[in-house]
Design a protein around this ligand. Structure first.
Ligand SMILES: [Zn+2]
Length: 331
């Protein structure tokens, strides 16, 4: 970690991404550039989380620097007004009922505002400020990772809904009798197109003894990236899995486009790294399904912010909060 010495006087904000596997933190400047960053395995207890944050604060010299605000992207359902974690099943369950603002304030300079929201929405806030949704008023974003996150920008505003749930695009039902989902429903998009779902389908084929190059991969069971790579090289099993699931992703997006009429559809997360091999078939699927009602091509594009981990989006949220608080001039 190094503090950028070229512009020591420029202000920055703290972006924090709290995920199930890792916690990432970064100092980000007003242009969306990462000045310094850190990542650690997600602490399993609240006391360890506090220790981790303290360490970040020391390494980033938060108390001495010109930090104007902090933003947090977190799994689960977050109340953006209070920053309270309303629902967060799994390893980070200890955060449920706590206010992220209260947890961060001790490591920040006085009068430093703290904003927080669900990680999917935070990613779109970042794309809206610096990335693929810049100068757009209507956009959909899906983050394709172990699960599927999402967010909606509609008429210039991030949609939150009556209970703060809006934008959970990974839980659109694509198969009424499909696999059980973490949310309790059956056949959500996430049960078909996510790293876990794709890995599970490929593994099931291997387990049944279907002949495939996936058996020769270094990691067993093969990871989602391996499966896409094998599909690209022409392995039949990998190709069948990728083609089927990609088609379902494209059709789910077509449904969302009919509902929300966006200017652009942004795909982020680990699986979006597959590039054209993913984007071309998704675009094709979307185009034919929307040709009569939408009557224009809605581009499906890759997320663009400097760091895909969510810290830059969290920083964008921090800038919004710091601007509202009068800590930085409005843009
Ligand atoms: Zn679900």
């Amino acid at each position: 970690m190094a503090i950028d010495q070229k512009s020591p006087s420029a202000w920055s904000v703290l972006g924090l991404d709290i995920g199930g596997t890792e916690i990432k933190a970064a100092l980000v400047n007003g242009k969306g550039d990462i000045i310094a960053s850190q990542r650690v395995a997600t602490p399993r207890t609240f006391a360890n989380l506090q220790q981790t944050l303290k360490k970040f604060a020391q390494e980033f010299r938060l108390k001495d620097g010109d930090v104007r605000g902090a933003g947090v992207g977190c799994k689960g359902i977050i109340d953006p007004e209070t920053t309270e974690v309303l629902a967060l099943p799994g390893e980070l369950n200890y955060l449920q009922g706590l206010r992220l603002r209260g947890i961060l304030e001790p490591i920040l300079p006085a009068a430093c505002p703290v904003a927080a929201d669900n990680d999917g929405r935070v990613a779109l806030v970042g794309e809206h400020r610096w990335g693929a949704a810049r100068n757009r008023n209507n956009a959909i974003m899906l983050t394709l990772g172990t699960g599927v996150g999402g967010a909606i920008l509609s008429d210039g505003r991030i949609v939150r809904g009556a209970g703060g749930i809006a934008g959970h695009l990974g839980h659109v039902t694509v198969d009424p009798d499909g696999g059980l989902c973490i949310c309790g429903n059956r056949g959500c998009l996430e049960t078909v197109f996510s790293a876990r779902a794709i890995e599970a389908e490929a593994f099931a084929a291997i387990h049944r003894g279907v002949k495939t190059q996936l058996l020769g991969m270094d990691s067993m069971p093969p990871g989602c990236n391996d499966i896409f790579e094998c599909a690209r090289k022409g392995d039949e099993v990998a190709r069948i899995v990728v083609e089927r699931t990609t088609r379902i992703l494209g059709s789910a997006i077509a449904g969302l486009v009919h509902i929300l009429d966006p200017e652009v559809v942004i795909l982020g997360g680990q699986i979006a790294q597959a590039g054209d091999f993913l984007f071309q078939p998704v675009q094709q699927e979307l185009d034919w399904r929307t040709r009569h009602l939408v009557r224009r091509k809605v581009p499906v594009v890759k997320a663009q912010v400097a760091d895909p981990s969510g810290v830059v989006g969290a920083a964008a949220l921090a800038i919004e909060a710091a601007t509202d608080a009068g800590n930085i001039p409005g843009s």
